[in-house]
Design a protein around this ligand. Structure first.
Ligand code: HEM
Length: 473
C-alpha cells in the first residue's frame, strides 16, 4: 500500500510540474517562458549584476527571444521582437494585461519615498504637466533661457583655457541650466547644496533600487535623500512661474510633493549628462564627425545666439541636423539595458505564456545592437540615421527605444534633445577642444538609465572667440 501511495504522490507531483511549464486544454502548444539557469535563492543576480548587457546577449543566444531571469524577489521576463512589434505589445499593450505603474511603483516608492497611493494619483499629473510645459510650444523660450545660462557657465566655470574632467564639467553646466529652467531661478538660488547631495544620491541609486536590500545598510544613500527632501520641502514654495510649478499647484497640500519633485529632479538630471558626455567625446574622437559639426556650428551659431531667432524645435533640428544625429546615435549606443512593466494577467507572446506577476522587460541596449538594423552596431556612426532620412527626433518613434513609448513615453524627450544639441553646438562654436584621454568604456554593471562612463576622461579647451559681455562677470 505504501508503494501505491508513493507512486500516487510522484504522479501528482509530476503532473504539477508539467502544468507549471506547459498549458493544457486548447492552449496545449503554449508553454511558460524558459528560465535562465541560476543559483538557488540568488538566481542570476551575480551574473546580471556584473554585466547585464553581456548577460542578456548571452541568454538571448541560448534561449531565443523570450526568457525569464530570476533575481532575488523578482522574475523578469525579457521579450525581443522587431521594434514596431515591441511598441505594440510593450508600450501600447492593454493596461488590463500589463501595467507601467505597477512596474515602476516599487522602485519609485522605495527610492523617492512616494507613498503607493500618492504615486498612482500623482503620476498622470506629473506626465501631463511636464509634457505640456516642456513641449514644442514652449521650446523657443526654454531654449533661449538654456543658452543664456550656458553662456554664464562658460564665463564663470569653464573660463578661457583649461584641462578638466569632461563628465564633471558637462554635468555641472547642464544641471545648473536645467534646474534654473525647469524649477526656476529662485528655487535654484535657495538650494545651493542640491547638486552635491544629488551626486551622492545618484551614486547609490542602482543599489538602493535592489529589492530586499535594506536601506539601513546604505547610509550614504539615506543621508543624501534626507538632505534632498529637506531642501526641496523648504524651497518648493519658490518654484512659482517655473514649468514645475503646475505640478506643485495640483499637489500643494499633499505630503508627497517633495518626493514627487525629487523624482522629477532625478528624471531631469540623470540621463542628460552622460548623453552629452558621450556625444562630445565621440565627436572629438572621430575627425570626420568633428569637421561636420564644426562646419554646421560656424554657419548656425551666429543665428542661434541672436535674440531675434525664434528657436523652435524645427529651427534647431533643421539648422543643426548633424549635431542632432550625433545625439541620436549616442542615445542608441548608451540606452538603458532594461525598461520595465508588470504583467497583470497571464500574457501570450509567440509560443509562450508570460506569467501574471512577472516583470515584463525589454532591453533597448540589446535591441539597439541588432546588426540587421544597425550594421557595425558597436560603432558610433551618426550618418546612419541621416542616410535613412529619418528626422533626428523621429528615430525615437521608429527604430530606437531610448525614450520609451506609448502613454508613458518620456515627457522630457524634446527638451532633453534641445538641451544637449545646444550645449554641444555652443561648446564647438566657442572653444577649440581636444581629448586628453581616450573615450572610456561604459560602466558595465549599470542596468537602468543612460550608461555612465567607467572612468574619467579629460579634455583640453581654449577659447576661440569672445562673445559680447564675456568679461563682464
Ligand atoms: C537623454 C535624456 C533622457 C532619457 C534617455 C529619458 C528616458 C526616459 C525613459 C526611458 C522613461 C520611461 C518611459 C517608458 O518606460 O516608457 C522616462 C520617463 C520620464 N522622463 Fe525621461 N529621459 C530623459 C530626459 C528627461 C528630462 C530632461 C526630463 C524632464 C524634465 C524627463 C522626465 C521624465 C519623467 C518625469 C518621466 C517619468 C514618466 C512617468 O513616470 O511616467 N526625462 N524617461
Amino acid at each position: 500500500m505504501w508503494i501505491g501511495l508513493l507512486l500516487f504522490f510522484v504522479l501528482v507531483f509530476t503532473l504539477y510540474l508539467v502544468r507549471q511549464n506547459t498549458c493544457t486544454g486548447n492552449k496545449a502548444n503554449l508553454s511558460y517562458s524558459p528560465v535562465c539557469k541560476g543559483l538557488p535563492l540568488l538566481g542570476s543576480a551575480l551574473e546580471f549584476g556584473k554585466n547585464p548587457l553581456k548577460f542578456l546577449q548571452e541568454c538571448r543566444k541560448q534561449y531565443g527571444d523570450v526568457f525569464t531571469v530570476l533575481l532575488p524577489g523578482r522574475r523578469m521576463t525579457f521579450i525581443f521582437a522587431p521594434t514596431q512589434e515591441l511598441r505594440k505589445i510593450f508600450f501600447n499593450g492593454s493596461p488590463n494585461l500589463i501595467s507601467f505603474t505597477a512596474g515602476v511603483e516599487p522602485l519609485t516608492c522605495r527610492i523617492f519615498g512616494i507613498s503607493k497611493k500618492g504615486f498612482s494619483m500623482a503620476h498622470r499629473s506629473l506626465l501631463t504637466t511636464l509634457r505640456s510645459e516642456l513641449g514644442a510650444k514652449h521650446i523657443p523660450q526654454l531654449a533661449h533661457r538654456l543658452i543664456n545660462r550656458y553662456l554664464f557657465t562658460f564665463r564663470t566655470v569653464w573660463g578661457k583655457e583649461d584641462e578638466k574632467e569632461a563628465s564633471n564639467l558637462l554635468t555641472e553646466t547642464l544641471s545648473d541650466a536645467s534646474l534654473r529652467v525647469i524649477f526656476g531661478d529662485e528655487f535654484a538660488n535657495a538650494s545651493p547644496s542640491l547638486f552635491k547631495d544629488f551626486v551622492d544620491f545618484d551614486e547609490w541609486f542602482e543599489l538602493a533600487a535592489t529589492p530586499l536590500l535594506p536601506h539601513f545598510l546604505l547610509r550614504p544613500f539615506v543621508k543624501s535623500r534626507r538632505k534632498l527632501l529637506d531642501t526641496i520641502s523648504q524651497n518648493w514654495k519658490y518654484t512659482k512661474n517655473a514649468p514645475i510649478h503646475k505640478l506643485t499647484e495640483a499637489y500643494g497640500n499633499d505630503g508627497n510633493v517633495p518626493s514627487l519633485l525629487l523624482s522629477a529632479l532625478w528624471a531631469t538630471w540623470s540621463n542628460v549628462s552622460p548623453t552629452s558626455f558621450w556625444t562630445l567625446t565621440h565627436i572629438l574622437a572621430d575627425e570626420k564627425a568633428k569637421v561636420k559639426v564644426l562646419a554646421e556650428v560656424e554657419k548656425s551659431c551666429p543665428l542661434l545666439l541672436s535674440s531675434k531667432t525664434e528657436l523652435s524645435l524645427e529651427w534647431i533640428f533643421s539648422n543643426l541636423p548633424f549635431t542632432a544625429y550625433c545625439v541620436s546615435e549616442t542615445l542608441r549606443l548608451y540606452a538603458s539595458v532594461v525598461d520595465i512593466r508588470k504583467v497583470v494577467e497571464n500574457l501570450e507572446f509567440r509560443e509562450f505564456i508570460i506569467r501574471k506577476g512577472d516583470y515584463l522587460c525589454i532591453s533597448p541596449a540589446v535591441s539597439h545592437r541588432e546588426t540587421t538594423l544597425f550594421p557595425q552596431s558597436e560603432d558610433f556612426i551618426p550618418d546612419r540615421f541621416q542616410k535613412q532620412g529619418t528626422h533626428p527626433n523621429a528615430v525615437f518613434d521608429k527604430d530606437l527605444l531610448t525614450f520609451g513609448g506609448g502613454f508613458y513615453k518620456c515627457p522630457g524627450q524634446s527638451f532633453a534633445m534641445v538641451e544637449i544639441v545646444l550645449l554641444i553646438a555652443l561648446v564647438f562654436y566657442l572653444y577649440d577642444i581636444q581629448l586628453v584621454d581616450r573615450v572610456p568604456k561604459m560602466k558595465e554593471s549599470q542596468s537602468v538609465g543612460i550608461k555612465k562612463p567607467s572612468c574619467s576622461c579629460r579634455i583640453h579647451y581654449l577659447w576661440k572667440r569672445r562673445l559680447a559681455g564675456m568679461e563682464e562677470i
